[in-house]
Design a protein around this ligand. Structure first.
Ligand code: SF4
Ligand code: SF4
Length: 216
């Protein structure tokens, strides 16, 4: 799947990292509520505090892997003593804050990656429906386009900053590499995108295919 999306006067291409034949449907097993550590933004944490009456420290803790101090996802939801999310009802396997759960929980197992010039929609293969092969169709509560829109709108600064940094990086990166390293970067890029019209034995052509695609 792929397409284009408009955001703040600019158009970005997007694609999924999985093929059109990919199958996913949530089996409501709640496995993900034990294995992933949902990070959340300040507004999401404050909303949960308001609706539950809990103190922040009762349900959040510093995230294991914040990207930088400017990353809005500095905290994650805590696990209980048995290792599952503190908001999971273990009897019913339902989320006790379902209507107000963070974006990351609403969209899991999907995530988006900013890979200038594209937005790539990726998936966590540790989701039980996917790992077990029990999903029989592709069904989500949202369209892939809506998922991307919501994720980039909620993280607008981070998104634009990441795209701009990667643009600079990709435009200048090859210049700083030796031939062998540059070849590998181009090769990975071209193979990952399934580009067919390139000649891997012609190094200059390989680099120029990469540069052409990056600037499109
Ligand atoms: S692990 Fe996958 S199938 Fe199970 S509840 Fe989470 S998203 Fe749904
Ligand atoms: S907030 Fe809800 S959906 Fe998210 S991990 Fe916890 S129980 Fe699961």
């Amino acid at each position: 799947m792929n397409g284009k999306i408009d955001f703040k006067g600019r158009t970005f291409k997007w694609r999924t990292s999985f093929p059109d034949s990919f199958k996913f449907e949530c089996l409501k097993c709640a496995y993900c509520c034990g294995i992933h550590y949902p990070t959340l933004r300040e507004d999401e944490a404050l909303k949960i505090r308001r609706i539950t009456g809990l103190k922040l420290q009762d349900f959040i803790e510093p995230a294991f892997m914040p990207v930088s101090i400017n990353d809005p996802y500095q905290y994650q939801i805590k696990k209980d003593e048995s290792g599952v999310c503190v908001f999971l009802d273990k009897k019913t396997r339902l989320c006790r804050i379902h209507r107000d759960k963070p974006l990351i929980c609403r969209t899991w197992p999907f995530q988006i990656m900013f890979q200038y010039p594209e937005i790539v929609v990726d998936v966590f293969y540790s989701c039980y429906a996917i790992a077990s092969g029990k999903a029989r169709r592709f069904r989500t509560d949202f369209s892939i386009e809506d998922l991307i829109k919501e994720m980039i709108e909620c993280n607008a600064d981070l998104f634009l900053q990441a795209m701009s940094l990667q643009k600079t990086f990709q435009e200048k990166y090859l210049v700083s590499l030796d031939d062998e390293a540059a070849k590998l970067v181009c090769w990975d890029f071209i193979v990952e995108r399934g580009i067919e019209d390139f000649n891997p034995f012609n190094f200059k052509a390989l680099i120029s295919s990469y540069q052409k695609k990056v600037s499109e």
